[in-house]
Design a protein. Structure first.
Lengths: 395, 395
């Protein structure tokens, strides 16, 4: 039997990173390639107690639930966000199956074929996959260490009339960058001036290393219903729960809920109720501080080893939070080709090229430091340093 | 701010049933309107033990997981289906966030705007919602008590060249009908002859009342990769887990997994691992027998009261399984209009009209018997009988 698929299948890509991970996971390789949180930090006791309460407190929690999400969880999230200056009603929140689903549902209700979305370059790969599956056109805006370059942004807004600007402004994947307050404000000004919606993807905002917090979320600065903001419990509790949320103008959230109803009725509500109990009974902020301390230490170990590389032209951004180093190699080194050598030496990373919308810089790589112990980071980085230094000789 | 939504939003409908339920849930009303399983039957102890094991056995279970689903769950499902004559490899299975997501992902990878889908009439409302959101055209095939009328089906296949035939052949929602073996075989023959894919939606197949089982699933008769089959744990364990699965040709399952990756990465894996433990440690078949016995008793109580209605022209189908009575009133009675009277009298149902693809019969209603105790069914049906008998006088 030959099957006739839909046209949109042509625009669906498998994740290049996932394909690389499959190869890497087969061998005995120290991997800096994935984007996984550290498993030993999972608050197993608290999660166990929370699920026990969720399952045994009230049979209603095991029944079909509301598409918008469990009311008590939305109230708890509104309260948590309020403390961070993002003041919205529970009615402005939709609970999703991870923040990935927030990106998908938003795209579903907003984008027509050919619509233009502006993004940073490089940016979060799996968002690009979603956007492309809706046959949109993604256009990169020039960025520097402080965020999008405003002049280029305004030029592209006026010329291309985008439907949306997608940003990961805080400890971004893949670059680890943080947008300055000034750029956040200027982005909002332009969005307001030209009536463009901003999608702020913030999975890493809680993973802050500096004593000094990152600037406030763009959503918290928004007074005109311009910003959709999404985050997740995948990095602060456990990924397997698949609980994210999106907050935004009620008009958009309501339509997204309607789309979600047809998509999967509602998000797993045992996990939602478990989170309600967890947020009540467990000091999640103390737990997040433990995660921050652990990741900061690992980042430092990786930095120390990166600093030993004897390779002129190698640069990296020291992350102020999040999960990744973004490394730029000398221009003549192709990080995709070099991966073979690295894997042979027993260490893996993700080449930077797939994260680019256009003009991919082949001499970039993303290194994850959250999912390996300091000892393993040291061992893996020693291997990687050798591979990098050898690469210089081969050029 | 005025937001520009996508074209497809125009084709998204809120569920008429959900809108009715919102009104009903506000008052002190005995409701036969929903489609909920009985909460007091939820196997709370077993679910609690299963989640405890899922959370505490291995931290890997709390990490990001595979898009296709937890391997042990797919293996357990393959084994369960094998016992029912549906012999497929775990690789032919995709775990979904309830079987609703299976319908959505299938639609996403198969349907282009204008594609034709043949269905029974009436049929499952939320499937129609999904199909319409992809701008397809749904066309009803004539049905009788044994399933689709084969002559009409063949005429419509040859004339309309449909992409898919969607059926709920076992204890269907809304009619409670069961397709005969002969019709199942003839449907397959036609699908094979004309190369049309069949989507078999089977959420209720386990809820059998007769000693005699329903005929085998259409998928189990398929030797040519024609059938996609979906089912769920929502009716046999608990709905809040949102775990369904779809089994079919590997070529389609693989593309659906790719679509799922962009949609939500993977299904909640704590619930998936919990189900693996539950299927090992708990006698789910004994539990399903308890559900069957309870629902059978409730169905009998409702039938007994239906038989007391003094209203010429009232007909119903006695369900051999599932969750619903489908009642046809005398032609001159409009069940949508009558609902107001019923709600005033303290009882609710769902009018049948929204379940029709076309030629809606306004004199039909769906009654759920699974979510009310026998005493409440008696009380509610006594109210409904009065409303029905009074309706005769008003015509």
């Amino acid at each position: 039997m030959k099957y006739g698929f839909s046209e949109r299948v042509k625009f669906m890509k498998s994740s290049a990173v996932r394909d690389i991970l499959k190869v890497i996971n087969q061998g005995n390789i120290i991997s800096f390639a994935g984007g996984l949180p550290e498993e030993s930090l999972f608050p197993v006791k608290a999660v166990d107690a929370a699920f026990h309460k969720a399952v045994t407190t009230n049979n209603k929690a095991l029944q079909y639930g509301e598409t918008e999400g469990v009311a008590a969880l939305r109230a708890a999230l509104a309260e948590r966000m309020r403390k961070k200056g993002l003041i919205r009603d529970p009615d402005n929140i939709l609970i999703t199956s991870g923040s990935q689903q927030a990106i998908d549902l938003f795209s579903r209700v907003m984008f027509n074929k050919g619509d233009i979305i502006l993004t940073e370059n490089p940016t979060y790969l799996a968002a690009l996959q979603v956007f492309e599956s809706y046959e949109t056109r993604v256009v990169a805006v020039d960025s520097d260490d402080d965020g999008m370059v405003i002049a280029d942004l305004e030029e592209k807004i006026t010329r291309l009339k985008p439907k949306c600007i997608y940003v990961v402004p805080t400890y971004s994947n893949p670059t680890g960058k943080v947008w300055s307050l000034d750029r956040r404000e200027k982005l909002l000004e332009l969005a307001n001036k030209y009536h463009v919606v901003i999608f702020e993807d913030d999975p890493y905002g809680e993973l802050q290393f500096d004593k000094e917090a990152a600037p406030p979320s763009i959503a918290s600065l928004d007074e005109n219903g311009l910003v959709l903001y999404t985050s997740t419990f995948s990095k602060t509790v456990v990924p397997a729960m698949r609980i994210g949320w999106i907050v935004g103008p009620h008009q958009i959230i309501r339509i997204m809920a309607q789309a979600k109803q047809a998509t999967d009725l509602h998000t797993n509500s045992i996990s939602q109720h478990a989170l309600v109990h967890l947020l009540r009974d467990f000091d999640i902020d103390e737990h997040i501080q433990t995660i921050r301390d652990t990741y900061y230490e690992r980042m430092q170990v990786m930095k120390e080893l990166l600093d030993t590389v004897n390779l002129e032209g190698l640069e990296y951004i020291e992350p102020k939070g999040g999960m990744f180093f973004w490394v730029t190699l000398p221009e003549e080194i192709n990080a995709t080709k070099l991966l073979d050598e690295a894997v042979k030496a027993g260490v893996a990373y993700v080449p930077g090229a797939p994260f680019y919308v256009s003009d991919a810089e082949q001499n970039t790589m993303r290194l994850n430091f959250t999912n390996s112990s300091p000892a393993l980071i040291r061992e893996g980085m020693e291997k990687l340093v050798k591979v990098l230094e050898k690469s210089r000789l081969q050029v």
